[in-house]
Design a protein around this ligand. Structure first.
Ligand code: FAD
Length: 467
């Protein structure tokens, strides 16, 4: 009976998780009416604002998302953050059969160390990545790349940390060919950074980065790699699992020469304890204190403890790359959506939003979640896609299987048709796909004039001016 009833789904967030779920729902239930709400005028989440500009091939998924958005039963509603300051979460509930929470992780974790929030020269990797990729929130970050000590430290050893190191070390003529923002290019062209140290709390076998990103750094022209001491990294790698073996071999092989014009290094077993200043400007970071760590016996190196031995690393620029963080959307908790603050995820069982109780999880009707807000901020686009396909399957199977959804059985839900009245009452200007087409075209034209694929607009005002 439901197969012929109109099914209305609201998706919050236009990153890969939202788009891949929409794709799956469209393929299994083409009559479904899908409305996608996005906080920014422009779509694609971290594909646009996270993925490094020198990784254009990673962004090919955008072609699929574009197809999804052009489906006749799909409506994109950009420039519409869901939350009490703009369109309330509660405004969606009476107008949809189901809501998908796929709004990613828009905050970043902090170390909570002395000096971290008071000294200048300390940035989150998220802010730096957003800055070079044109995220309006970080348009004015202006990291001081001209500090005369020429050194930057990146705290954390995931792929985002290596993205930061690579962007700092790549020659601007290489970056000029990418869609990196012009203001970032200009700042990078004046950069005096000659050395980047990427520091981790644990050992080489625990580092989260992958071989592709390490190789890219090892093959950057005029960039040398300081060898990791043999006492720190396994020399005989024959017994290691294949991926780890290749990674360790690549690090051990290093670069053909060292030192070169610019250099980078990996430091292990070092946990930051304090950000300090001994520079003439007492507000400026000059060094970071690290406590040496040692693996805890019986944990395979996964856990480490401080040894009480400290070392200071001098650098006027530091990036904290310890992960992104999700938060509940304002009004969401009040609407009965459980959020695990510790893990930073919407509580769920296999993507179905569910309240944990001592008697077991209780599903919240009509509520689904996927992507980084479901699993936490790890995983590449391919894994996000698989997760989204599961979410799409669950939504369609539950709908066709007669599971309880939002509202009463047989209720007619009007989706965007109804929400838009509230939307315009609040005074929001919706950006639809045809408007995005205009922004996209204008950005490509701006890029063409300077020999780039695109020159992004750096502020929401500039984006909206095109619309
Ligand atoms: P997101 O992509 O973050 O999308 C969430 C969307 O929700 C955003 O558009 C956001 O604006 C929107 N939103 C947030 N709050 C609201 C609200 N209240 N109302 C409406 N909309 C809202 N993966 C790869 O495969 N290859 C790579 O090279 C790669 N590089 C990466 C580099 C960086 C720096 C980062 C951080 C990630 C990278 N990834 C890469 C991982 C990939 O980007 C993620 O797996 C993927 O983007 C997660 O998708 P998502 O939809 O869950 O979240």
């Amino acid at each position: 009976q439901r197969a012929n009833a109109p099914f209305r789904l609201a998706i919050i967030g236009s990153g890969p998780s939202g788009f891949y779920t929409a794709y799956r729902v469209q393929s299994k239930l083409p009559t479904a009416r899908i409305d996608m709400y996005e906080a920014l005028p422009v779509p694609f989440g971290l594909v646009r604002f996270g993925v490094a500009p020198d990784h254009p091939e990673v962004k090919f998924c955008i072609n699929k998302f574009d197809e999804v958005a052009r489906h006749p039963n799909f409506t994109y509603i950009g420039n519409t953050p869901i939350g009490s300051e703009s369109l309330p979460f509660s405004a969606l509930l009476p107008n949809y059969n189901a809501v998908l929470l796929s709004y990613g992780a828009s905050k970043d974790k902090t170390l909570n160390l002395p000096g971290e929030s008071t000294l200048s020269g300390i940035h989150s990797a998220r802010a730096f990545v957003g800055w070079y990729n044109g995220l309006p929130e970080h348009r004015d970050l202006n990291p001081n790349l001209e500090g005369n000590d020429g050194k930057a430290v990146v705290i954390g050893q995931g792929n985002v940390a290596l993205d930061v190191a690579r962007i700092l070390l790549t020659g601007v003529d290489e970056l000029r060919k990418t869609d990196i923002t012009e203001y970032a290019l200009e700042a990078l062209s004046k950069s005096k950074i000659k050395e980047v140290e990427v520091v981790g709390r644990r050992g080489p076998l625990q580092a989260a980065f992958t071989i592709k990103e390490v190789r890219e750094l090892m093959t950057l022209p005029s960039v040398g790699f300081e060898p990791v001491p043999p006492s720190i990294i396994p020399q005989d790698t024959s017994a290691l699992p294949r991926a780890k073996k290749r990674l360790m071999d690549t690090i051990n092989k290093g670069t053909k020469s060292y030192p070169l014009e610019k250099n980078w290094k990996l430091s292990f077993f070092s946990s930051p304890t304090e950000f300090l200043s001994s520079s003439p400007n007492p507000d400026q970071l000059s060094h970071i204190r690290f406590e040496k760590t040692a693996p805890v016996e019986g944990t395979n190196g996964d856990k480490v403890v401080g040894t009480g031995e400290y070392k200071d690393v001098y650098a006027s620029l530091a990036f904290r790359s310890i992960g992104y963080k999700s938060e509940p959307i304002s009004g969401m908790i009040e609407a009965g959506i459980p959020f695990d603050e510790k893990k930073g995820v919407v509580c769920n069982t296999l993507g179905r939003v569910a309240k944990p109780t001592p008697e077991g999880d209780i599903q919240v009707p009509g509520m689904y979640t996927t992507g980084w807000v479901r699993r936490g901020p790890t995983g590449i686009i391919a894994s996000t896609m698989m997760d989204a396909f599961d979410a799409g399957d669950n939504i369609v199977n539950d709908w066709l299987g007669g599971v309880e959804f939002l509202g009463k059985e047989g209720d007619v839900r009007m989706g965007w048709e109804a929400v838009k009245r509230e939307h315009s009452r609040i005074g929001l200007k919706a950006v639809h796909w045809s408007d995005w087409d205009k922004i996209d075209k204008a950005e490509k034209e701006r890029g063409m004039k300077i020999g780039k694929e695109r020159e992004k607009f750096g502020t929401e005002e500039d984006m909206m001016a095109v619309v």
